[in-house]
Design a protein around this ligand. Structure first.
Ligand SMILES: [Zn+2]
Length: 210
């Protein structure tokens, strides 16, 4: 199999595209860069804190962030901390907090909200207090994060757990239905939009009642 981008021997895959090692890494970086740009997540002089729980996704986030925002004047620090609760408040002077979170995490969270009738407060990147919590690996699956780390020799202690009460495995589901992760990811974005619109309407109604 040949790489669809450069024609070299392909040993990797993103969705249905076969890629060589270099093009795989580039595609991952491009995706994250695009997310940062489209959603205007990071800007000049930001104070960025990356939560490092020693996991694969924390290490990949640190590596990717440094590579992507190279040249932009911003203060990046890492903090050793276990991050397990979505929406847990981090006390610090930093205005942007990067949490170890992938597309897989997002889908599990989405399903949990749907199945348990919970409000999807923390879908996508979210604001809490005056801080923006950024899921740098949101456009990337757990598997892609792992492959990226291996290619770029990023070392990590644990693969990082994906906490969920949902009973089935997304990876099993994907064997049966290829591309399902990406479809579900789009659904998470739709739900976020619906939820946001509802919140805005609610706020406007409250304002009008005053
Ligand atoms: Zn290539």
């Amino acid at each position: 199999m040949k790489c669809i981008k450069c024609g070299k021997k392909a040993g990797y895959r993103i969705q249905n595209n076969h890629l060589c090692q270099t093009c795989f890494s580039r595609t991952i970086e491009k995706r994250v860069r695009k997310e940062l740009r489209l959603k205007r997540l990071i800007k000049k002089n930001d104070q960025i804190l990356v939560l490092d729980d020693g996991s694969l996704n924390a290490q990949t986030s640190i590596y990717l962030l440094k590579k992507i925002i190279k040249g932009l004047p911003a203060n990046i620090r890492t903090k050793k901390k276990k991050y397990s609760v979505l929406g847990g408040i981090i006390n610090s002077t930093y205005n942007k907090i990067i949490i170890p979170w992938t597309l897989d995490h997002e889908i599990y969270y989405y399903l949990e909200c749907l199945l348990n009738g919970k409000c999807p407060h923390y879908l996508g990147h979210y604001k809490l207090g005056n801080k923006l919590y950024i899921k740098l690996l949101l456009p990337i699956t757990q598997e892609e994060s792992k492959t990226y780390a291996e290619i770029n020799k990023v070392s990590f202690k644990t693969p990082g757990t994906i906490r969920l009460s949902t009973q089935f495995s997304l990876d099993e589901l994907e064997k049966e239905f290829p591309e399902i992760k990406y479809s579900l990811y789009q659904a998470t974005q739709q739900l976020k939009k619906i939820y946001k619109d509802k919140e805005i309407k609610k706020k406007n109604a409250e304002r009008n009642n005053k």
